[in-house]
Ligand binder design. Sequence first.
Ligand code: PEP
Length: 255
Amino acid sequence: VSPRRRLVAGNWKMNGSFAHLGAYMDALVQRLTGAEAACDVMICPPHPLVSLAVTATEACAERCQPIAVAGQDCHGQDQGAHTGDVAAGLLAELGAKAVIVGHSERRTDHGEDDATVAAKAAAAHRAGLTAIVCVGEALAVREAGDHEATVCAQLAASLPDGATPANTVVAYEPIWAIGTGRVAEVGDIAPMHQALRRTLEARLGAGAAALRLLYGGSVKPGNAAEIAAVDGVDGLLVGGASLKADDFDAILDAY
Ligand code: PEP
């Protein structure tokens, strides 16, 4: 059993609304009140909803375990002329505790490379946020058998100096399993997590042992328990299935 406290984070991507957030938080709080999940719980709504989500989580703080709120991206610089981008410091000011960086949809849609991701993670750290650094291979890379070398190199180049278990979480998300319904097999996940753990050790030394390594990619209520039980998986980053509170609740039950 992993010594690390598990984390289940829901990435809403570009979905949600004020009304959806209100109903969702009510359902999540009801689920967690008096029945604490055996993991840390985090939601990552679109940026315009971060403040509202923080307010909702604060309102229930006395009744239920903390529900952390995270952004889905931030800029690599602290402020400046970057129209449409979001500063990590502003997310922190709104009450976010973390921010996803390097999600494959950002890497693909916005051409973000590892150096950009590392700069974003460093900006998150400067702002006092936990950076959730995402890595993962395309299907062609896996079919060519290059996945471990590719993803480990991606991780090494996406981690900024100063990354620690306290300020960084890593999420392995094979691109071919994100939003596709195609789930990685236990036999795909476990060796990759072992390889990523070795990369973390090479980079961070003994401190790497406490850094959480999540899996993400088509996690659903029906497969969450099996994936959560994979050796070396310290939690789940859930996309589509995190949008319905009932499904997210069921996934929390994996721990
Ligand atoms: C994600 O967005 O990080 C993700 C894993 O998506 P999905 O669960 O929908 O595959």
